[in-house]
Write a new protein. Structure first.
Length: 119
């Protein structure tokens, strides 16, 4: 997944968001089983997203992968709103839902209150 999504189709972005959710779900499963999340996993993911590693290291806490993924999808929301409209965000959310209803619910939660999106 890339921070700049301007050259990507909605389907490509949806696939990347669904992949991010898969990583989040994997991390959540590890946490439920008592395995500690690796901060380096989150920082590796975040390194591809606007150099936010320092902020993520500070904020990540127990779930560094989920923190990095959330920052990424929030950046996508602002980009889609800036270059398109709220409707473009809705189209993406629907496309993610076609791939994974759980990923759609996660995206909806991440976007709540962002760029005019309300769950």
């Amino acid at each position: 997944m890339y921070l700049d999504v301007s050259g990507m189709s909605t389907a490509e972005i949806a696939k990347d968001v669904a992949r991010l959710f898969d990583l989040v779900a994997e991390e959540r499963a590890k946490l439920r089983s008592g395995d500690a999340a690796s901060l380096s996993d989150g920082l590796t993911l975040s390194g591809r997203h606007a150099g936010a590693a320092d902020r993520l290291a500070e904020d990540a806490g127990r779930a560094p992968v989920e923190t990095a993924a959330k920052v990424s999808v929030i950046a996508i929301a602002y980009q889609m709103k800036a270059v398109g409209s709220f409707n473009r965000m809705q189209v993406l959310c629907d496309a993610v839902g076609e791939l994974s209803p759980n990923a759609e619910a996660w995206l909806d939660n991440c976007w709540n209150g962002v760029a005019g999106w309300w769950s």
